[in-house]
Design a protein around this ligand. Structure first.
Ligand code: SF4
Length: 457
């Protein structure tokens, strides 16, 4: 034990957005640490209980109750809060060693290490293998981190950025989500599972085509079935809902059929959901999915304007999308169509077409959701328009609070480091006044505003 009370060990911190959904990343990392025999405990910060006020203070207090090595997994929209809280933490507990990981820090890992001396390490990409190696080395007092995949850290005045090696891919393919090691996870009613990673499509607003190289890495579906069985056993056979969160689940229909067959053979037919792809769906596939428990399907429709669909390289047109979505309603209890707006080249006419499309689908019992486009680093769109971002509290975002409602410490960070907190910015659109007005109208159609995840309001 350190002289001021910090215990020597590893605390893994995760955020839980909804009470019903267990954290998949925590379950994967628990698997990695457990199999590598690294002592750890997981602390889950339940974001949904902190919606009203004082999030930053509570987060700081939460961080103080961690052990000497603290590893935090976080999304981009939590990054300003996490960084502001860590700054205070390191001031009062300088002996703590801080590791960041997850989607948010991965994209800006080098910048974080360059700008924030109170953060010691960032792990880029999949942490299942690198985290146990780093934590093990730190707990033993080791100082050589040069062969840890995807690790970014300081070495004197230099910033070291280790390449992400293929071993991380192996780790993902072999990992099993150990939900039973994540506090509270067995009380959840919904579990995300991944059967594959990557996508073959090339939507210009998405980073996957650029980072994933247009490939899909498939997990062995027998392993996925094993994962579901393990979870069912841990829950004492209490059934649950699972969501297949692969970006391109329906791309390989033979595999989808084999997966459904495995569910049946292993008595794992439970309610589940997945992402669909307009141009891959037909009646036969819909029937197979629905006959084997899939009751909710989610489509990225993106825009009601063919001009926009073409520009973002979506690969289908509005008429095809409407046809596939209406047919889906015959087979699935819930069909969700997600739209995006505020593309840098969007006009009022395009946006009105999206609203008309949403209203039409809603009248047919389809759940619709509208999101203003978030700039995604490494996407083709960001490469072209990333220099034209603006910070505004006028646009309602789906994923984060308006900046004028955030604590000052966070807004200062967002203003000072736009290259790190770019997710809080929006692409500049020509007809911004009209589009912002339409956005407010469109977001009212977001069913029950269930897709809105905001903190610190
Ligand atoms: S938006 Fe979806 S379909 Fe398009 S490239 Fe990204 S993951 Fe693939």
């Amino acid at each position: 034990m350190h002289k001021n009370g910090t215990r020597k060990g590893l605390t893994l911190v995760f955020f839980q957005h909804y009470p019903s959904v267990a954290n998949l990343a925590a379950a994967y990392l628990a698997f990695g640490l457990y199999t590598q025999k690294v002592p750890f405990r997981i602390k889950v910060f339940r974001l949904y209980t902190y919606k009203n006020s004082g999030l930053l203070k509570k987060l700081y207090r939460f961080f103080t109750k961690t052990e000497k090595v603290v590893a935090i997994g976080c999304f981009s929209h939590m990054l300003p809060y996490v960084i502001a809280a860590l700054k205070q933490l390191k001031k009062h507990y300088p002996e703590k060693l801080v590791i960041l990981g997850g989607i948010g820090p991965t994209e800006v890992a080098e910048d974080i290490i360059r700008e924030f001396p109170f953060i010691d390490f960032v792990i880029k990409g999949c942490g299942i293998e690198p985290l146990p190696r780093l934590a093990g080395a730190l707990l033993r007092g080791g100082r050589d981190f040069s062969d840890i995949s995807g690790l970014v850290y300081r070495n004197g005045r230099h910033i070291m950025s280790n390449p992400v090696t293929p071993a991380s891919k192996e780790a993902f393919l072999n990992a099993i989500a150990f939900f039973h090691l994540v506090p509270g996870a067995l009380r959840a009613t919904q579990y995300d599972i991944l059967t594959a990673r990557g996508c073959i499509y090339k939507c210009t607003f998405c980073q996957i085509p650029v980072l994933g190289g247009g490939r899909i890495e498939y997990k062995d579906i027998c392993k996925v079935a094993g994962e579901l069985k393990l979870l069912l056993r841990a829950r004492k056979n209490k059934r649950f809902h699972f969501s297949v969160i692969d970006e391109a689940f329906v791309v390989n229909r033979k595999r989808v059929q084999a997966f459904c067959m495995l569910l049946r053979r292993n008595r794992l037919v439970m309610p589940w959901s997945c992402y669909g792809r307009i141009d891959r769906m037909d009646e036969k596939l819909m029937r197979t999915l629905s006959d084997n428990g899939c009751e909710r399907i989610f489509y990225g429709f993106e825009s009601g304007s063919d001009r926009i669909l073409k520009k973002v390289n979506k690969g289908f047109c509005v008429a095809d999308a409407i046809r596939a979505i209406l047919l889906s309603k015959k087979y699935f209890k819930k069909v969700i169509a997600s739209f995006v707006c505020m593309y840098p080249f969007e006009t009022k006419k395009d946006f009105l077409k999206t609203l008309a499309c949403m209203a039409f689908l809603e009248s047919k019992g389809i759940e619709v959701a509208l999101h203003p486009l978030a700039p995604i680093k490494d996407s083709l769109l960001f490469r072209r328009y990333g220099k034209h971002l603006s910070l505004t509290s006028g646009i309602e975002s789906t994923f984060h609070s308006r900046i004028n409602r955030m604590p000052q410490e966070c807004t200062q960070l967002i203003r000072r480091y736009p290259h790190i907190f770019y997710l809080y910015y929006f692409y500049k659109v020509k007809d911004v006044t009209n589009l912002t007005r339409l956005l407010a109208f469109g977001m009212k159609m977001n069913h029950g505003r269930r897709y809105v995840v905001k903190y610190g309001l």
